[in-house]
Design a protein around this ligand. Sequence first.
Ligand code: IMP
Ligand code: MG
Length: 186
Amino acid sequence: MPSPHNPLDSHLTRVLYSKEAIRKRIQELGREITDDYKDKNLVLVGILRGALVFLSDLTRAIDLPHSWDMCGASSYGSSTASSGHVQITKDVEVDLRDKDVIVVEDIYDSGRTLRAICDLVRVHQPATIEVAALLFKDKSDRASEVFVKYRGFTIPDEFVVGYGLDYNEYYRNLECIGILDPKIYS
Ligand code: IMP
Ligand code: MG
């Protein structure tokens, strides 16, 4: 497995965003959310496991009282292409009724996971639901369109890892986000 300190020497063909660039962008998103949710009852709902790292930095960039929880969904088996079927593996436990929820996701790819989680959250009857995704894959043929209000970075339609994003459960601990060398999975 690659050293988190030398990602370019390891399994990435290119680093897209450094630790510092990610940190700066999340501070901006945190300020934006702080402005937008001043008079609201904010709850962040992160999607396990990929959004864990993003959520942990985003919550500390928001200067408002708020709570958060995690829910679980899995769609990628061990491959790099969405299986097309989203399984809910954990429901939300914090009370969402009449709250202002932001669903926090690592990446908006086919949109299936976000669609399934937004449907799950809606069952808990929050007042409002928005979506924050650290990465927004630039593609035209999405299975489910979901409005993503808070977007970290728009990236090319390539398979990326790091900062929570995995391939076969590895690389989540990389501090940067980069394109995984296709040799690793082909
Ligand atoms: P979607 O349901 O196709 O939008 O897929 C979303 C989920 O697939 C995300 O929560 C990620 O865990 C995973 N995923 C999608 N694209 C990538 C990628 O480029 N690298 C790593 N995981 C990805
Ligand atoms: Mg994943």
